[in-house]
Ligand binder design. Structure first.
Ligand code: ADP
Ligand code: MG
Length: 261
């Protein structure tokens, strides 16, 4: 059965898209049928981060009733399925966020995981992803403004009948250790599922339109993403397993993306 996870934050720029792409890629590499969807229909950039910015059909066309969801699914790294959103303002204006519920019914029949990259803020298009998920995961940075906004998102999730099951602390620094995690748990009232370090390779990989877990698999953030994904997939993480996953296909994907500027 599919598990629908929505990555949400309140504040923009905390790393929702980065977390969605990298957790999704890891889950796909672990053999889980995984799809990631850009529900940030106003400020779409998930497709951009994967080199899917020029595709003919996106979630915009699906939410405006012009296309079926199956036509908006593209192949990403490691066999990951990707539903990008469009970047045109007109496409955004024509999209009806409420259609997402029906779209999900069609999409999720054959999946283990669907990861939804939610918009920041508390707009109408942001509410549906919070309500439809089995688990909402808050992506927070270790700073007060991000925590306060995440708290608002948690309250909003509960108001619309959703459920926050944990938080991921992204861009953690060496001093955001156990105490930060404990404080976060206390303030947010939810468990910290993992800490992703601030890692310059995340940006480098993004500008090469490749997930960091593919481009720099041994980097600090990649190891943290792999551990987190292993936890979600219910498998034991060990470095060897990941090395074995670095198959011909993955090397091929890396080589392919390396050529892109
Ligand atoms: P959001 O989707 O929440 O707006 P993004 O995933 O687009 O956030 O991330 C915002 C910026 O922060 C991007 O430039 C991204 O490359 C960078 N970033 C995200 N996570 C990390 C990290 N762990 N270390 C360093 N940079 C990061
Ligand atoms: Mg984003």
């Amino acid at each position: 059965m599919v598990r629908v996870l929505t990555l949400a934050s309140g504040k923009g720029g905390t790393g929702k898209t980065t977390v969605t792409i990298n957790l999704g890629t890891c889950l796909a590499m672990f053999g889980k049928k995984t799809c990631i969807m850009d529900a940030d229909i106003g400020m779409a950039n998930l497709g951009l981060c994967l080199g899917l910015e020029d595709v003919p059909v996106t979630l915009h066309e699906v939410l405006s009733g012009k296309a079926a969801i199956r036509d908006a699914i593209y192949e990403g790294p490691g066999g990951l399925q990707v539903v990008p959103s469009g970047i045109s303002l007109q496409g955004f204006q024509q999209s009806d966020p409420d259609r997402l519920r029906d779209v999900l019914k069609d999409l999720t029949t054959d999946l283990d995981f669907l990861l939804i990259d939610a918009p920041a803020g508390i707009s109408r298009d942001g509410v549906v992803p919070l309500a439809v998920a089995d688990d909402v995961i808050l992506v927070v940075n270790p700073e007060l403004s991000a925590i306060v906004d995440a708290m608002k998102t948690k309250i909003l999730t509960e108001v619309v009948g959703g459920h926050v099951s944990g938080a991921i602390v992204n861009r953690a620094t060496p001093d955001s250790g156990g105490t930060v995690s404990q404080k976060m748990e206390k303030v947010l009232g939810t468990r910290v599922m993992g800490m992703i370090p601030d890692d310059p390779n995340v940006r480098k990989a993004a500008s090469a339109k490749t997930p960091v877990v593919i481009r720099y698999p041994a980097s600090g953030s990649s190891v943290a993403f792999q551990k987190l994904a292993a936890g979600l997939a219910g498998i034991t993480y060990d470095k060897k397993t990941m090395e074995q996953k670095d198959t011909f296909i993955d090397r091929f994907t890396r080589a392919l993306f390396r050529g892109r500027k």
